[in-house]
Structures are given as structure tokens and as C-alpha cells.
Ligand binder design. Structure first.
Ligand code: SAM
Ligand code: SF4
Length: 461
């Protein structure tokens, strides 16, 4: 994923975002932090007085990708210099956190290197460079929480300000064998409920109808509330009770081990929860799940899915898979295929295992050969694609509540979002943008749906 944030310049700011939704959220917050210094987002790096590359470290060649992009940014900086313009180059995010010093050694022209936990200190870092020149590196895990120090701005909004991400939890204590997150994002922490409610209220007051709560382990959330703590289903209940104009709620990413019954029950009882859940399983083999340190078996995952479907029969499930974890045999891979056949996913992400330096799996013997990983990935993706097509086809003829997010590509066409997170295209009046309308689904595509406004039942909210 690559997103670019933009508006008009006083000092131009251009942020390039790679990776997960949390990085999208962080990029918008960096823009908030820099606004009081006169930085406004611009579309092109060529017009930017400051360029931030917000990086992701989750899979292979992360650092190489950063250096190649930095080479391009350096050329832009040189070209601007010939016009007498200065450009600050910053590297943020998980590659900065993991490889900060090496990064500066290999690309000394980088001015700022900052981790995901220190971007509230950006103004201080910029001031330090203005005063003393040179480069600044800040990859601490500070005791102060950045959330207490960020400006009270609305967080990132997309699709015409109707949907927004809201980070409620960061870091991870699970230490899966393959994953860099516990090292780059630090220990698991939850934001206090009051600060989340305040941010959600601001978002909804600015027109947002659908919020996605974010966290590396979002369902492990336990935020301070009323002298104790509130869990994710309790937070969701508070959001529903206190912010009636919030129509839709999602959360990502969850761990099966934290999928407690109260959260499963909330999918039945809390009307703002969308019938959609991303629940990564990674593998269907108990032996591989154990080697991955996931803390559950394949059958325990199947049982969670059974309870979720009991609570919310129309729930659509998505997942993440890794093929070729060290030690994975053909038999283990077949167990993954069987789990996919048993569960039936609405969509899923799947990856070849990638050795991440410093993680336990990277040093294990029995690394799987690249061509074997490729074969397994192709087979898994073919099966997942079949299931995605079947899920989309199963919606033909049904009437879905669609949040209308904007104009479509064709004249007279509108775009929206189904409860299952699929883009939906249909014809309708632009006055419907921002409303939730009923759409009869007529055409299934792989990554979207087509439909017609269902006039009689269109109770636009
Ligand atoms: N916290 C989530 C969980 O427990 O499943 C996952 C967060 S991780 C940022 C997103 C996905 O990246 C993982 O679910 C996993 O499938 C994939 N991933 C992480 N490390 C990987 C690696 N070393 N190689 C391949 N895929 C990886
Ligand atoms: Fe990484 Fe998720 Fe495992 Fe945490 S639970 S270590 S974020 S894969």
C-alpha cells in the first residue's frame, strides 16, 4: 500500500507511506504535528521542503527498498538545491526503528531518522537541525506516551472524510517466531478510553460515519477507564452509547488467542459492529503453529470461527497466511489448505515466509527452498481466490447497506462500501454521498461489486 497526503503549501510537506493501516494513521498524525510549524502537505516531493518516508519492515528487502527510494529523493533534493531551495529528508516507521544507525551510515544525506514512538517530537528535531545542522536520530521508546502529546486534530480521514482509522493499541508481547513487530513497535500498550472517545467524537463531528480501530493486537486492548480498564467489547459499547452518529465500527488486527467470548458476543449484540472480521491464522498445521509460537491449534481456530458464526451467521472472515515457515513440510502445507477449505474465507492475504533478522525463526535450520514456497503460495492463492469469487457471487440478488463514499469513475456512478468492506459501484444522485443506502447487488467482480439502488428500501441514514 502506498498513500500520499496532500493540500496547499506554505512550507511543503510530502509523506510517502508504506505498509499497514497503522502507518497510514501515523503519517496523518505526523502531518498534524508539523502543521503548527507551517508545513502543509503537497502532492509532489519536488514541491516539498520536507519529505518523510514512512517505512515498513515486515517483509524482505525492506531496507533495500528504502535505499532505492532514498536515492530518488536525493536527486529531487539536488535539483531543488540548484533552485536555491532546501529539502529535509526524514525516514520514519519500522525500518527507521530497526536500522536507524545503519541507515544514517549508508545514507548520510538523510536529516532525520525517527521510530514510530517518537514522531510527537518532530518539531523539536526539526528545530535542532535548524539550530545546529547535521542529522538527528530518535528511535527511543520514550516513557511519555505520544498520544498525550499529539495535537487534538482529527486523525486521518479518507473516502471523502466518511471513514477513518483510529489507533487504540500499539506494540505486541506475543513474539511470533517470524515477526519483527515486538522489536520495532515495542511492548503492548493500550490508549486510555477517554482519549479514544474524545478522538472518535471529533472524527464523527467532522462527518466520519465508519471508524476502524487499529492495533497490532487490537483485541488485546485494555485501556484505562473509570479507575479500572475496559476491554475491546466494552470500548465498542461505549462508542455506540456515547456517539450515536457513529454508524459503523471495525477493528484490525486481531489475534485468535485474544478472541474472548465477550468480544464474540458483541458481534451479536452491538449493532455498529460490521459483520466482518480479519483474524490471521498463518498456518493450519499444529506443528507449524507451535513453531511460530502462535499459542493455539488449528482446531482451536476452527472453534473460534464456529462460535463467531453462531453469534453472527452472516460474518465474513478474512485472514493472513504464511507459507514456507522453517520446518513446514508438504503435509503441514496440506493442513493449511484443509483449514482454508473448512473455514471458507471471504478474502485473505498470503505471503511467502521472509527471514527477518533478529527474529527466532530466521536462525532456525530447515529453511524452506524458495521454489517450494512459490509453489505453495500459488496453490494457496488459487484456493483463496476461488473462495473470494464464491463469496462475492453469493451476494448477487441480496440487498446490502452501502455507505456511499463518493463519485465512481463513470458519469452518474457512485462508489460505496459494503458491510463486508467491498467497494460497491452503482448509479445514483450525488446527494446520497455520506449516507447509508440499500443497494441490490447484481454483479460480482473479484475485488468489488456492482449493483442498483434499491429504491423502496433506501432509507438513507
Ligand atoms: N498481529 C497480527 C497477527 O497476529 O497475526 C499480524 C500483524 S503483521 C504486521 C501482518 C502480517 O504480516 C502477519 O499476519 C503475517 O502474515 C505477515 N508477516 C509478518 N512477518 C512475516 C514474515 N517474516 N514473513 C512473511 N510474512 C510475515
Ligand atoms: Fe507479530 Fe502479530 Fe505475532 Fe505480534 S501477534 S508478533 S504483531 S504476528
Amino acid at each position: 500500500m502506498q498513500e500520499q497526503i496532500s493540500t496547499s503549501p506554505s512550507r511543503g510537506l510530502h509523506i510517502i507511506t508504506w505498509g499497514c493501516q497503522m502507518n497510514v494513521y501515523d503519517s496523518a498524525r505526523m502531518a498534524d504535528v508539523l502543521r503548527p510549524l507551517g508545513y502543509s502537505p503537497v502532492d509532489l516531493p519536488d514541491n516539498a521542503d520536507m519529505i518523510i518516508l514512512n517505512t515498513c519492515h515486515i517483509r524482505e528487502r525492506a531496507a533495500e527498498k528504502v535505499f532505492s527510494e532514498l536515492g530518488r529523493l536525493r536527486q529531487i533534493r539536488e535539483a531543488r538545491k540548484l533552485e536555491g531551495k532546501e529539502t529535509l529528508i526524514a525516514v520514519a516507521g519500522c525500518v527507521a526503528q530497526a536500522e536507524g544507525k545503519e541507515l544514517l551510515a549508508r545514507a548520510p544525506y538523510v536529516d532525520l531518522v525517527l521510530g514510530p514512538q517518537t514522531y510527537h517530537r518532530l518539531p523539536e528535531m526539526v528545530a535542532r537541525i535548524a539550530r545546529a545542522g547535521g542529522s538527528v536520530i530518535d528511535t527511543d521508546f520514550p516513557v511519555e506516551s505520544k498520544f498525550d502529546l499529539l495535537p487534538e486534530e482529527a486523525a486521518p480521514q479518507n473516502e471523502g472524510n466518511l471513514t477513518a482509522f483510529l489507533t487504540i493499541q500499539e506494540g505486541c508481547d506475543k513474539f511470533c517466531s517470524f515477526c519483527v513487530v515486538p522489536y520495532t513497535r515495542g511492548a503492548e500498550t493500550s490508549r486510555p478510553v477517554a482519549s479514544i472517545l474524545a478522538e472518535a467524537e471529533r472524527l464523527v463531528a467532522s462527518g466520519v460515519k465508519e471508524i476502524t480501530l487499529l492495533g497490532q493486537n487490537v483485541n488485546a486492548f485494555h485501556g484505562d477507564w473509570n479507575g479500572g480498564t475496559a476491554s475491546l467489547p466494552e470500548l465498542a459499547a461505549l462508542l455506540h452509547e456515547k456517539i450515536p452518529a457513529l454508524k459503523r465500527l471495525r477493528y484490525i488486527t486481531s489475534h485468535p488467542r485474544d478472541m474472548e467470548q465477550a468480544l464474540i458476543d458483541a458481534h451479536r449484540s452491538n449493532p455498529i459492529f460490521m459483520p466482518y472480521l480479519h483474524l490471521p491464522v498463518q498456518s493450519g498445521s499444529d506443528k507449524v503453529l507451535k513453531a511460530m509460537n502462535r499459542g493455539h491449534t488449528a482446531d482451536e481456530y476452527r472453534e473460534i470461527i464456529r462460535r463467531l458464526r453462531e453469534a453472527r451467521p452472516d460474518i465474513a472472515l478474512t485472514s493472513d497466511f504464511i507459507v514456507g515457515h522453517p520446518g513446514e513440510t508438504d503435509e503441514d502445507f496440506e493442513a493449511t489448505m484443509q483449514l482454508v477449505r473448512d473455514v471458507r474465507f471471504a478474502s485473505a492475504y498470503s505471503f511467502k515466509y521472509s527471514q527477518r533478522p533478529g527474529t527466532p525463526a530466521a536462525g532456525q535450520p530447515f529453511q524452506v527452498a524458495e521454489n517450494v514456497k512459490e509453489k505453495r503460495l500459488a496453490a494457496l492463492q488459487a484456493l483463496l481466490r476461488e473462495q473470494q469469487d464464491a463469496f462475492n457471487a453469493s451476494l448477487v440478488g441480496t440487498v446490502q447497506d452501502v455507505l456511499v463514499t463518493g463519485h465512481g469513475r463513470k458519469p452518474g456512478q457512485l462508489n460505496g462500501r459494503s458491510p463486508y468492506l467491498q467497494p460497491v459501484h452503482f448509479e445514483g444522485s450525488p446527494s446520497l454521498i455520506g449516507k447509508i443506502v440499500k443497494v441490490r447487488i447484481t454483479a460480482p467482480f473479484t475485488n468489488s461489486l456492482g449493483g442498483h439502488l434499491h429504491e423502496q428500501e433506501s432509507t438513507a441514514i
